[in-house]
Structure formats: C-alpha cells, structure tokens
Ligand binder design. Sequence first.
Ligand code: GDP
Length: 442
Amino acid sequence: MENLKTLSMVALIGEPNSGKSTLLNKIAGLPLAVTSDLAGTTRDRQYAKVSWNNQEFLLIDTAGFMPDTENELEINIQKQIDKAFEEANILILVVDGKAPKASLNLATIKKIRKIKKPIFLVINKTDSVKKIQEFKNQFQSLGIKPSFAVSALTGNGIGDLLDAVTETLKTLQPGYTHNTSDSINISIVGKPNVGKSSLFNALLKEERVVVSATPGTTRTAIDSELVWEDQSYTFIDTAGLKKKAYRQTQSDTYSGYQTFKAIRRSDVVVLVVEATSEITTQDKKLAALILSMEKGLVIVVNKLDLYQGSLKALRDYVSVHFPQAWMCPLIFISANKNIGTEELLGVLKPIYNTRGKVIAPETLNQFLKNILQNAPPKRLKDQKTPKVFSLSQIASHPPTFELKVNHPAAIAPHFKKALENAIIRELDFYGTPIVIKLKGKE
Ligand code: GDP
C-alpha cells in the first residue's frame, strides 16, 4: 500500500488588500470544495483544506501566518515569498485589478521569476476585459503565467483557477514525502508557558530513554532523536523547545509558521494544554490545524500537580473543548514531577502503527454493507438519489479510503462524516484522522 505523501500546499501571496483573505474564505465556502469544518476558523482563516476534483491540498494565506506584531504593510510580498517558497508546491500571486501594478516592485518580480515553482497569477476585483488583458500581458512578459481573472467576492473564475491548480498538483512531486525513516516524527506544540520545553526535557530524562548520539540521522540540527523500547523518535523542534534564547514572539512560536512546518513534518503531534488554565480558541484552532493536516494527535494536559479538582471533571472539561479530537488520547501529566511521561511515550508508536494499518478488502466490504443497511445516505435537495458502490483503502499515513459513488455531489457531507467516524470506531483507527475520497462513476 502506498504511503500517502504529505498534503500538498498552495500558498497565496500578494499585497495587503489584494484580496487573498477574501479569496481563501470564498474557496473554503464553496459547496464543492469539501473543506473540513473547523471551529472558530471562519473569520480569520489562515488556511483551508480544499478538496477539488478529488485532489486535496492545503491553501494557506502566507501573510496570515506572519507574526501579528508586525505592521501589516511591512508584511510585504517578498517576505511572504520567502516563507511560502520553501514549502509550497504552487504559489498564487493575487493582484488587485483595480490598483495600479506599481505595487509590485521590480525586486519582487525578479524574486518570483527565480522561484522554480509553478506560479499562478490571479487578477482580482476587476471586470474590465481590457484591464485584465493588460495585466495578463504585463505579467506574461515578466515571465509569470498562467493567469486567471477572478472575483474573490462573487466567486467568478475561481472554478477555473482550482481546476488549473489541481491539474498542476497532479503532475508535481509533493514538497515533503512521508517520513520513510524508521524514526517516528513527533512535534510538541501549544501555547507559550504550558510546559512544552519542560515536557521535552522530562522525556529526555525518562529513565529508559536513550538520546541518540548520531545526529546525522536527524533532518535538521535542532531535531532531537531519542530511543525508547527499541523505537526511535525524532522530536522536531518548534522554535525554541530547547533553548529559551531562541524563543520568538508568541505568535511566531504558537500560531506561527514554525509550528505549521513542524506539524507538516510530523507523524504524530503532541498538543499541550495546562490543567490550571482555560482552554482557549487558540488551542482549538491548533487542534483543528493538526487534524486537518491529517496528523496523529495526542492531547496532553500538563501541570497536573497544580490541579485541585477531580480528574473526571478535568477530563470532561478538556474533551468538551476538543470534540473533533474524540478519537485521540487524552493524557494527564506533570512535566515537572515527571508524572505521565511514560504513558505519553507509550501511545506514540501505536498511533503511528495505526496510521500505517491496512484493512482487508473483505472486511471493508462487510463494513460498508452494514452501514448501507443501517444508515444509508439521505437524498439531498436538488440532487440525484445517492448510490454507494464500494469502499476501498487506497493509502496509509494517513489512512485513506475511496468511496465509489454515482455522483459525489449527491453524497451528504453528514453521511461522509458519519462513515469516517464509523471507520475510526469500528475498524479501530484511534489516534488519527482518516481521509475519505469520493469518486464518481463518470
Ligand atoms: P513552554 O513555553 O510551553 O515551553 O513552557 P515551559 O516548559 O517553559 O514551562 C513554563 C513554566 O511552567 C515554567 O516555569 C515551568 O517550570 C512550568 N511548568 C512546566 N510544567 C510544569 C508542571 O508539570 N507543573 C508545574 N507546577 N509547573 C510546570
């Protein structure tokens, strides 16, 4: 079975006010772009998981990932390009079709041309055919094509853009391939001061942990490798896990791009919250990001030593705040008192193995039969009667299934979600999200 590559990434770049964020939100809201429904992310989305033409990718607003301490105008395109360019598979340069092109200076254009990645030009906000053609000609002469005229506001032209994006993605090698080394990639993420570095240090001090002396096996100097019960784990450093001095601003370590990149490279992500303070929207957003990036997830509640109430109340409180992570382990620890660290180490490998698990076709057939008997998809308004033909597993890491149907648009999102949950529950995929792709007959 093929190990799935890490989700492709498409980055929006452009001047402030060119319409990146409107475009992102518009695409996320398209009925056909089946994006995951993420709590609290509708307003200030930085990313959306898009599925178009049966091709999934993460669409990110690079400027949205920049530290918010910076003046928005300083978040110039060049910086966005620097950030996006390492990671993204495709760049989409959004220009304001109503504003003069002077906003893009020569240095920017030079930089864009040097990037050996597909760059799509999107001309936003104008209906003037003449103006659109002018833009297209200008940018084409600078070496940037293909181009699309869209209205991020009304959605005009977006379908063509997404068709072109998915066509191109099919022909590309993904930026990061799945971790094929024997080591399991882990990152520890969470708000500042919840105890991420303390946890990391506690893990290193864990009696039976061997810290690997062969740094050559890790990908970057700041990754740390440790061995526990004959399994090697690579802990990806998320900007300052190890050294306080390296800490960056709150937004950069937390919601920032560093975290995003670390999650992207991980097999399993450890999300740390603390028993002594409330779970915030930021925590929920981070959990949603991890799940939509299709990573294994463990929620760790730290500082248990400072907590006075009942464990059951705490468990209920945390569970209620992460409903999407219902399939993920919840572990209570005290990094300082070294409570629970072994339990945490103990769940990482099982989650990794689950992500690599392959279900026998007969089992899937039987499973689908039961589902269709007990809870078949309901017919949607103005759609054909839904028909489901088969369910097969097409990849692992993350576990990915293909559901053959008569017509993808006829399948209610509710049915798909229920099927997803049933696969996790009944075929035992605890600890990781799974992916279902709808495949039409045509
Ligand atoms: P980070 O910003 O998430 O890496 O957090 P740190 O690891 O730097 O911890 C922040 C503060 O919380 C430090 O003062 C730690 O000593 C304290 N801390 C971390 N874990 C625990 C714990 O389990 N119990 C208690 N009482 N304090 C902790």
